[in-house]
Design a protein. Structure first.
Lengths: 373, 284
């Protein structure tokens, strides 16, 4: 048991760093071989779309279950690019776009990153007439520029929930308030950034009657004050998911917030972990497909996004990747049981994305002072 | 060997290439960073060219002052510990047979090939409650139950010193290997104990090497940003961690650049001070 945990830690570190390079190196070799001797493949090569998805389990599932089907249906080859969590990828895309480079043509972006990218006009607008299936996407998951042009289209939804190690916690906790329980001293792993942990929203929903409390600066300060009370319970503020995931599995850090989909996949692999929707609701976040303005493969990207919005593909994503659909559930053939595995009837906590653009620097400063100070 | 100062292009030629590299890889990037540090931050977006000092103002607070002094203190401690351990180690190393020396050096080089991520994960596993070294202590009857030793300041310090140790040895090695053994033998013949000879002859003879190595390790440790996240608690995050946060996660390049410029200036100033102090002692 002891030996395995160590290896998993290392394995997580290795897959995080190396798989992407290996993939890119492999793709490079293929391209060279193709360019030298096979004119037909050179033509096929020009129908390659670079798609950025979060690295790790997520990218593996996409490469295994989704991209091959897409290539079969459309003849477009997908080169999967492992993107880092959160806004790190946004910064890379923006810096690259300034040099007219596109590390990926279409990327899955979190909502905060979508908004920040939109304010810098990083995203090439979508032409909805070329994406008939986009009409099925739930309206609030279609991102728009102020002038109404479409900047992003909902790709998948996911929940961040309360996760526990089943050996350390035979009984699942039922409320986010467990994070504040003095009995859990030094046992939590929480996300390290204000704009990806959404803990202000969790605090507001758990103790102040809802995220509306964050409307005013006083309300925000109330939540910071309450949040500061759980600091002594936190063992790890993580930026890197692999770091927490390994510790959660081994029981080193037996409780925390984590992604419902990945936790479900790990539990299905036989790991002693569980994801619980607290009674205040899980945090519902989502990723949108967006195309960087530096991409020259806009047409292929439209084909790709249209394909991904189909009900059958949304259902496939729920079954294989563990994400919640971005289209009305009734359009899919998901059974009640399948839907329950990726979602919950409890009303979710919706992040206050507006705050992370209008007050991002102030919130970030307060947050850093709270956890470091 | 030319004793007079070089004249003309031909005699300057040998330093042209390193000078060019210095310009391309240090002067230009650093100038760009200074430029970005006075750009205007667009909240919720990126940045626009401008000449504002808000990024520096934001940095000049007690909070960042605290983080800055912690980072400098940590780097100094790592430098002192690394050199303190590596110097006696290397002193013993150069006295071994050639074969043994090569085996040690190859071993140290192989540690260098480990990435910071691997070192961080390895130490956090080694110091963990579930799989760590305390389980061994429990088995030996030294402890009642396994404990978690990471994240903590001690874990961070151990990781950083572990990482810096091979560099320190490799920098000290040539100087110690070249040290004239007669110096020490003379001291011994005149009746000083081995310990006394080490501290009154070997250490002073290599003072400049020791100062230079300490500065190198100090700067090396100052730039560490991954190990503090893996092995430390938030209060042990260095300024480099906060710079990374701003640059990578908050897309606030101007503020990150301002902090980085400040960090470079402060470390240059400290290095200058250390060199100055060394020179003054020498003339005294």
């Amino acid at each position: 048991m002891n030996e395995t945990t160590g290896k998993q830690g290392l394995h997580a570190a290795l897959t995080g760093g190396i798989s992407r390079r290996a993939v890119m190196a492999g793709a490079g070799t293929l391209a060279t071989v193709a360019a030298i001797g096979f004119p037909n493949i050179v033509r096929a090569q020009s129908k390659t779309l670079k798609v950025g998805v979060y690295g790790g389990y997520f990218k593996e599932s996409f490469e295994k279950h989704i991209f091959p089907e897409f290539s079969k249906a459309t003849g477009i080859t997908v080169e999967a690019i492992a993107e880092p969590t959160g806004e790190a990828w946004l910064v890379q895309l923006e810096q690259a776009a300034r040099a007219r480079q596109a590390p990926a043509d279409v990327s899955m972006m979190s909502q905060v990153a979508m908004l920040k990218g939109a304010s810098a006009e990083l995203w090439a607008p979508f032409d909805l007439s070329k994406i008939p299936n986009a009409a099925k996407v739930v309206p609030h998951l279609v991102n728009k520029y102020p002038d109404g042009k479409v900047s992003g289209i909902g790709a998948v939804s996911w929940y961040i929930t309360l996760v526990t190690n089943t050996k350390s916690y035979p009984q699942a906790p039922d409320s986010w308030a467990a994070l504040w329980d003095p009995a859990n001293k030094d046992k939590l792993g929480l996300l390290a950034l204000v704009s990806n942990s959404f803990l202000l929203e969790v605090t507001a929903a758990t103790f102040f009657g809802g995220t509306k409390h964050l409307d005013s600066e006083q309300g925000q300060l109330d939540c910071f004050k309450k949040l500061a009370e759980l600091k002594s319970n936190v063992k790890l503020w993580y930026r890197d998911e692999a770091q927490f995931e390994a510790s959660l599995k081994s029981g080193e850090i037996p409780m925390g917030q984590y992604y419902h989909d990945v936790t479900g996949l790990a539990a299905a692999d036989g790991q002693p972990v569980r994801s619980t929707f607290p009674k205040e609701g899980g945090i519902l976040d989502s990723g949108s497909w967006a195309v960087t303005r530096a991409s020259k493969a806009g047409d292929l990207a439209h084909v790709f996004v249209d394909y991904m919005c189909q009900p059958s593909i949304q259902a496939l994503l729920s079954r294989k990747v563990g994400t919640a659909p971005t289209i009305d559930r009734k359009l899919t053939d998901l059974t009640d049981q399948e839907f329950a595995a990726v979602s919950s009837d409890i009303a979710p906590i919706i992040p206050r994305y507006d705050l992370y653009t209008s007050k991002s620097d102030w919130l970030n400063q307060k947050w850093t002072e709270m956890i470091v100070g | 060997m030319i004793r007079r100062a070089p004249r003309g292009l031909a005699e300057h030629a040998p330093i042209l290439f390193p000078a060019l590299m210095l310009v391309v890889f240090f002067v230009i990037p650093f100038s760009l960073m200074i430029a970005v540090s006075v750009f205007r931050r667009v909240p919720g977006g990126f940045y626009e060219p401008d000449l504002v000092f808000a990024n520096y103002e934001r940095f000049l607070t007690a909070f960042f002052g605290g983080v800055m002094s912690f980072s400098l203190g940590l780097a100094a401690l790592v430098a002192a510990l690394s050199v303190g351990i590596a110097f006696p180690f290397t002193y013993r190393l150069v006295k071994l047979s050639r074969g043994a020396q090569i085996r040690w050096l190859v071993f140290l080089l192989s540690i260098l090939s480990l990435s910071e991520v691997i070192i961080g994960f390895a130490w956090s596993t080694l110091l963990s409650r579930t799989a760590g070294i305390t389980n061994l202590f429990v088995a030996l009857g030294l402890m009642a139950e396994p404990q978690s030793l990471s994240p903590s300041f001690g874990a961070l310090l151990a990781g950083l010193v572990y990482q810096a140790f091979p560099y320190t040895v490799l920098v000290l090695y040539p100087a110690l290997a070249r040290l004239d053994p007669y110096l020490e033998e003379a001291a011994r013949t005149l009746g000083s104990s081995p310990l006394r000879a080490f501290f009154t002859v070997v250490v002073p003879a290599l003072r400049n090497t020791i100062v230079a190595t300490t500065i190198m390790v100090f700067v090396f440790a100052l730039g560490s940003y991954l190990l503090p996240q893996l092995l430390g608690r938030p209060q042990h995050w260095t300024l480099s961690v906060l710079i990374t946060d701003q640059a990578i996660y908050q897309s606030n390049m101007p503020f990150a650049a301002a902090m980085a410029v400040f960090l470079v200036l402060v470390s240059l100033a400290l290095v200058g001070l250390a060199l100055l102090a060394g020179r003054r002692e020498e003339t005294a």
